[in-house]
Design a protein around this ligand. Structure first.
Ligand code: PLP
Length: 398
């Protein structure tokens, strides 16, 4: 018999979303007529722009012609797309050879663990997107330092309390809290990483949701970031590509290991060994996103999701419920207090047939919170608000 990888026994049983689904199915079994409103959704719901869909169609068809057929492309991504990401999304702050196109940020976060191996220590925001911690556990990294982020510290960790680690994972706009770090906060983070000779892995999957020009969309807007930071980006929430799959990693040339070897070079080795390039058709669609027409579409799409966030947050506050986020970020972090996240989840499911994501699923600091998502359909959000208004207030503000 083959021995199980021992690190897998350390993973928390039942990943968050399967557990949510299990409870939903159990409820539906007893109440098959129930109309459940899913406000927990972290997936985009609005359709693609025809400009982008037409590009997919055009290149799919070209694949049926001898001239237009494409096989393997460069593993690092089509050079036109790498250039466009560098110029449009980073205003030239990064070079196209520092951009590695992929099938999405989640896969990149997993592959990044290979770059540092099983001995690296890491720090992570608590609460956080669960993939940082789970992939670290899977590769057997010895120590995870949790950085509490809560209303008391304005969702930015008290760095003086944080021990040195090799890696620091940081996500802004944040999933799940919806918090966005300011220039000043990110300057502190860069200084902290520099002092400790750590590498910062900055997840900017939601950066397109930042409309306030005073807030940084990329870590490379912060002086000194090129020497300490890797950035992970994604077309998923920016352009509705969750099903199409397209993302990227930026590793600046200046980033070095202790022995002064290039991190970018090792990443190139990993990327070209483990990955054979994102779909050539999807990359062409990515290019369409970054053209004027595509950029106008994503602007409208984001405004529509953000109007959901505003409506939901405003109505929750009117009900006397404490909310965070939902401004420049598509998630609203809602504090109901007293009850546990799973109790709150069950209460909303059974009393109002509403699903929100239990905060505890993102880390211990998420206890007592639920994450509401602006990606839900508008009609569902409006109906959910109506149902919450009809709930006895002690349930809503337990
Ligand atoms: N990073 C964060 C913070 C996310 O919330 C998600 C998806 O929900 C991802 C990365 C994954 O993005 P992708 O669809 O590009 O794999």
């Amino acid at each position: 018999m083959v021995k199980r990888n021992p690190h897998f026994a350390k993973l928390q049983s039942g990943y968050l979303f399967p557990e949510i689904n299990k409870r939903k199915q159990a409820y539906l079994k007893m109440h098959p007529e129930a109309k459940i409103l899913n406000l927990g959704i972290g997936d985009t719901t609005l359709p693609l722009d025809p400009h982008i869909a037409q590009r997919l169609q055009k290149h799919s068809f070209e694949m049926s012609t001898i001239e237009g057929y494409l096989g393997y492309g460069p593993e690092q991504g089509q050079s036109e797309l790498r250039q466009k990401i560098a110029s449009v999304l980073y205003s030239g702050r990064v070079h196209s050879e520092e951009v590695f196109v992929s099938d999405g940020a989640k896969c990149d976060i997993g592959r990044l663990q290979l770059l540092f191996g099983p001995d690296a220590t890491m720090a992570v925001q608590d609460p956080a997107y669960p993939v940082y911690v789970d992939t670290s556990i899977m590769v057997g990294q010895p120590e995870i330092m949790y950085m509490p982020c809560n209303p008391e510290n304005n969702f930015f960790p008290d760095l003086e309390q944080i021990k040195r680690t090799d890696l620091i994972y940081f996500c802004s706009p944040n999933n799940p809290t919806g918090a966005i770090s300011t220039h000043e906060q990110l300057e502190k983070l860069i200084a902290f990483a520099k002092k400790n000779r750590s590498i910062l892995i900055f997840d900017s999957a939601y950066s397109a949701y930042i409309s306030d020009p005073s807030l940084p969309k990329s870590i490379y807007e912060i002086p000194g970031a090129r020497e300490v930071a890797i950035e992970v980006g994604s077309f998923s929430k920016m352009a509705g590509f969750t099903g199409l799959r397209l993302g990227w990693v930026v590793i600046p040339e200046e980033l070095r290991f202790e022995d002064q070897t290039s991190v970018r070079k090792d990443w190139e080795r990993i990327h070209t060994t483990f990955f054979n390039g994102a779909s050539c058709i999807v990359q062409k669609a990515g290019l369409a996103v970054l053209e004027n027409e595509g950029l106008q579409f994503i602007q409208r799409m984001i405004e529509s999701y953000m109007s959901n966030a505003e409506y939901l947050a405003e109505n929750l506050r009117q009900l006397g419920i404490t909310t965070y986020g939902g401004d420049n970020a598509p998630y609203i972090w809602v504090y109901f207090g007293k009850s546990s996240s799973w109790e709150l989840f069950d209460t909303l499911l059974t009393k109002a047939q509403i699903i929100a994501t239990p905060g505890i699923g993102f880390g211990s600091e998420g206890e007592g919170f639920l994450r509401f998502s602006a990606f839900a359909q508008r009609s569902h959000i409006e109906e959910a608000v109506q149902r919450l208004k009809e709930l006895p207030l002690e349930v809503a503000t337990a």
